[in-house]
Ligand binder design. Structure first.
Ligand code: TSX
Ligand code: MN
Length: 616
């Protein structure tokens, strides 16, 4: 067996070739194939997946060049309890990551990997996170025995020979090894969705810049460029090299006068991050435009001018399908009109796709994600709640003209949000960088799904990075503080909450397009064009500072969504202390003082602090 089998290009990188040979000797695949990223390769592998029964080709009239597939019911999401950070010292992984000593983990994985690709083809995927050749981009090589992974990586990253060329003879790359952990005996029929039902490991070796993923074929477990590389490994690289690898969307806001600003925003899951990244302004906002750079990950580096420049390291969207519709996200609906892979959605009788929330009424004669005729009366969803679309970013109608600019885009603000029914106002601005880092570190979301235990409890998710930081969260907070200290004028930091509820439990804020009104205030604030008043928790717009054209929203409603309840906030600050206790060993001293400052400003404030400009 030769590693040059089927390869259509030369590889002049001895370390890479050695690694491929080592892995091949350990995993013993029947064939090795170096991927070239071509359309022919994509079409061929999709066709092979159709033949195997993994993919079904969707109706080409309704959904051109698109496929649907259905995972094993045991393999439907990321497996956080099977996710490890294996650095030498446990304290470097911190209290929020699973840790195993690297040598010990290697010993555990070795017997699992031995012969794990028997009967399969081992694919070598050279991929770039970010535009090939950008100073902010990074290269990875994913070895996988899953065709599903290859075709998804084609969409989500830049794959092929040009990456090998960029790597040269001694370029650095992240080693990503993935196997479904389901070797085939001679003559054994393959499963439609091969997976290892009993054993899964998602393992990161940050010091080695390598990843080993065993036993799952799904999304973030298997498409190693995304969460594993672009967040967990890259966050470690970023700390060491003074940049940021963040779980953030990137969008541009253009005003009628042609001025443009970019903002990066972090939200925990189930806050509609992709919807916000693709927001369409209300009809009444003539000439205002929102453009999409990315919906999930941002890599941010300081420029020579002391400002922050960001790229989206991805080339596609791996988005949650349920809830996406013409109203919540028309741009996403257009993005997935063709050339898209759907995983765990329902299938209509004319071979198109459907999921909960796509239309009010489900179409007749659906096949559910488990391949059964769907019976609505059983109360089970037709699509899995974590069903996904994989679609090329360039198909998004709102894609930003600079989304592949190798220099990145200039970030002038950060937005942090959460799903909170009380306490947190619709929008507020931190008065300085350290407070911005504090508010991002203490952000959280109320649980909506019973899967997370008690519904309505606030789960803290600092920077929306808790499951994705490859090192100690306390070190991460310090890195953010330090990063701002090094910049002449760090971006402004805002907190938002689209999800506050009234006493009857109804959402006060209509959200979606109307979030543009808040975005407008934010960008005008950083331009020095809009006003604010100082509240106990930062700068806030008054009713008159927000553009209400085309919308009925009363000053009373605004007050209800903006007031600061002293007792609620004191309870909030108590919870911050609880969070800080978990990271006591490495908590920035700034956070202790910041919490005290907040307490003291709330102490003298009225029981309900209201936006009454005449008081100032
Ligand atoms: O994505 C959301 N955004 C951001 C949009 C740019 N969602 C969906 C979250 C689940 C993924 C929202 N849901 C938003 C929001 O701003 N706001 C809400 C809450 C809400 C839901 C429904 C209505 C109003 C608010 N009203 C009606 O459906 C009529
Ligand atoms: Mn994400």
């Amino acid at each position: 067996m030769t590693t040059l089998e089927d390869k259509t290009y030369a590889v002049a990188h001895p370390e890479l070739v050695n690694w491929i040979n080592e892995v091949a000797a350990l995993c013993t695949p029947d064939h090795i194939r170096w991927c070239d990223g071509s359309k022919e390769e994509y079409d061929e592998l999709c066709e092979a997946l159709v033949t195997k029964g993994t993919f079904i080709k969707l109706n080409p009239k309704k959904r051109p060049n698109s496929y649907a597939c259905f995972s094993d019911p045991s393999d439907v999401a990321r497996v956080e309890d099977r996710t490890y950070i294996c650095c030498k010292r446990k304290e470097d992984a911190g209290p929020t990551n699973n840790w195993v000593e690297p040598k010990q983990m290697t010993q555990t994985l070795h017997p699992l990997l031995s012969g794990c690709m028997k009967g399969r083809t081992m694919y070598v995927i050279p991929f770039s996170m970010g535009p090939v050749g950008s100073d902010i981009s990074q290269i990875g090589i994913e070895i996988t025995d899953s065709e599903y992974v290859v075709v998804n990586m084609h969409i989500m990253t830049r794959v092929g020979k040009r990456v090998i060329d960029a790597l040269g003879a001694d370029g650095e790359f992240v080693k990503c090894l993935h196997t479904v952990g389901a070797p085939l005996q001679p003559g054994q029929q393959d499963a439609k969705w091969p997976t290892n039902a009993t054993t899964k490991y998602i393992v990161h070796f940050p010091e080695d810049r390598s990843i080993i993923s065993y036993g799952s074929g799904y999304g973030g477990n298997a498409l190693l460029g995304k969460k594993c590389f672009a967040l967990r490994i890259a966050s470690v690289m970023a700390k060491e090299e003074n940049w940021l690898a963040e779980h953030m969307l990137l969008l541009g806001v253009e005003s009628p006068d042609g001025q443009k600003n970019y903002v990066a925003a972090a939200f925990p899951s189930a806050c509609g991050k992709t919807n916000f990244a693709m927001l369409i302004p209300p009809q009444s906002f003539n000439g205002w435009k929102v453009t999409t750079v990315g919906d999930d990950i941002a890599w941010i580096k300081p420029g020579k001018d002391g400002k922050m420049y960001a790229i989206n390291p991805e080339a596609g969207y791996f988005g949650v399908a349920p809830g996406t519709n013409q109203k919540t996200n028309p741009n996403a609906m257009a993005t997935i009109a063709k050339n898209t892979i759907f995983t765990n959605v329902a299938i209509t009788e004319d071979n198109d796709i459907w999921w909960e929330g796509m239309t009010k009424e489900p179409p007749k004669n659906l096949t559910d994600w488990r391949g059964q005729k769907w019976d609505a009366s059983l109360g089970k969803p037709a699509a899995h709640p974590n069903a996904r679309f994989t679609a090329p970013a360039y198909q998004c109608p709102s894609i930003d003209s600079d989304w592949e600019n190798p220099e990145g885009v200039l970030v002038s603000a950060f937005i942090f949000g959460g799903r909170r029914s009380t306490t947190i106002p619709l929008v507020y601005q931190s008065s300085n960088w350290a407070y911005g880092v504090y508010l991002a570190s203490t952000m959280g979301s109320e649980t909506t799904a019973a899967a997370f235990g008690e519904v309505g409890k606030v789960r803290r998710d600092p920077f929306a990075m808790l499951p994705f930081c490859g090192y100690h969260m306390g070190d991460y907070f310090n890195h953010w503080l330090q990063f701002g200290r090094n910049l002449q004028a760090p971006p402004r930091v805002f907190g938002v909450n689209w999800f506050r509820k009234d006493a009857e439990g109804n959402f006060i804020w209509p959200g979606f397009s109307d979030n543009m009104r808040i975005l407008k205030w934010i960008v005008q604030k950083i331009r020095g064009e809009s006003n604010a008043v100082e509240s106990p928790i930062g700068w806030m717009p008054t009713y008159d500072d927000i553009d209400w054209t085309g919308m009925d929203f009363t000053p009373e409603q605004f007050e209800a969504i903006m007031d600061i309840d002293r007792e609620e906030w004191k309870a909030e600050l108590l919870q911050h202390a609880e969070l800080f206790e978990r990271m006591y060993d490495k908590l920035p001293k700034e956070f202790i003082f910041m919490r005290e400052l907040l307490l003291s400003s709330l102490w003298r404030s009225p029981a309900k602090w209201r936006l009454e400009p005449e008081r100032f």
